[in-house]
Write a protein that binds this ligand. Structure first.
Ligand code: NAP
Length: 277
């Protein structure tokens, strides 16, 4: 059975995908930072006889990446993995003007540079074997923008551009590159995102209304959110079909937002995505 590495398997989409693939017989490796959850995953995998190994790696740490990727290569006898799922990500929410440059950089360190560095570490073995698949978690936020999500949307737009370029560059080496673009999914991402929003609020702000509307907005997102299983199944499809699509959108909300941006007048779309309609 093929091997897979997933970044960010302690929670949400990554965790669901790791267990789904391991239960289908894949050998799955995955990373995260939460030591308790990593240990729990290894315990469950052992109990259930799954070939699933969770280990600590912060995708933003060069030292941790080098150590873990070297271990992974050793563990796979120098072969690397068949499928890389770049999933680790989070939301640094705040109005564009209020988020400090440090906050903007933090967002890009995980969602863009972390993804890039893991990809660069695992590509050479894929190229050498002339096969492999890379699945990058983007978002509907990689196709459209909305208030409070400026840094997150910018990071996912960067993921989209980087992935398009990579797809064309590595095709001659037999490597396929896929984007998965979910809409709202039940996970921990909103909890951390809205905690970050509260942390990022300065004492004086011109955007008090946006911050104050946060909890209602969160409630609306949670109502529309669908189970992680939908994305995990999409990732399995993208990892296994002979000719994967370039992009897999997940949820109707994601499709509607994109259709609105592409086909409705800009001002009307801004009012819809901005939440005033
Ligand atoms: N949920 C949605 O509505 C949604 C929609 C569109 C796209 N997405 C994308 O889907 C991906 C997964 O999100 P999710 O919803 O499953 O979020 P989640 O429940 O918050 O899970 C995020 C995972 O990423 C890991 N992670 C975060 N920062 C990391 C770092 N620096 N190094 C290593 N691991 C890190 C977390 O583990 P630790 O905390 O243990 O490090 C956790 O396992 C993200 O790329 C997100 O942007 C989600």
């Amino acid at each position: 059975m093929p091997t897979m590495f997933i970044s960010g398997i302690t929670r949400g989409i990554g965790r669901e995908t790791a267990f789904l693939c391991a239960r289908q017989g894949w050998t799955v490796y995955g990373c995260g930072r939460d030591a308790t959850l990593l240990a729990e995953i290894n315990r469950v995998a052992l109990d259930q006889g799954l070939s699933l190994r969770a280990f600590r790696m912060d995708v933003t740490s060069e030292e941790e990446r080098e150590r873990s990727m070297a271990w992974l290569l050793q563990e796979t006898k120098g072969e690397g993995v068949d499928v890389l799922v770049n999933n680790a990500g989070y939301q640094e929410l705040a109005p564009v003007e209020d988020l400090t440059l440090e906050g903007w950089r933090r967002q890009f360190e995980t969602n863009v540079f972390g993804m890039l560095a893991v990809t660069q570490a695992l590509l050479p073995t894929m190229r050498a074997r002339k096969q492999g698949r890379i699945i990058n978690l983007s978002s509907v936020a990689g196709r459209v923008g909305f208030p409070l999500y400026g840094a997150y949307c910018a990071s996912k737009h960067a993921v989209e551009g980087m992935t398009d370029a990579l797809r064309m560059e590595v095709r001659p080496f037999g490597i396929q590159v896929v984007l998965v673009e979910p809409g709202p999914i039940v996970s921990n991402i909103n909890v951390t995102g809205y905690a970050n929003l509260a942390r990022n609020r300065p004492h004086a702000t011109a955007y008090a209304g946006l911050y104050d509307a946060g909890p209602a907005k969160l409630e609306g997102i949670e109502k529309r959110s669908l189970p992680t299983r939908l994305v995990a199944e999409t990732i399995v499809r993208a990892a296994t079909v002979k000719h994967p699509r370039q992009r897999y959108r997940v949820t109707r909300t994601a499709t509607l937002a994109l259709v609105a941006r592409l086909f409705l007048p800009g001002r009307l779309t801004d009012r819809i995505l901005g939440g005033s309609i």
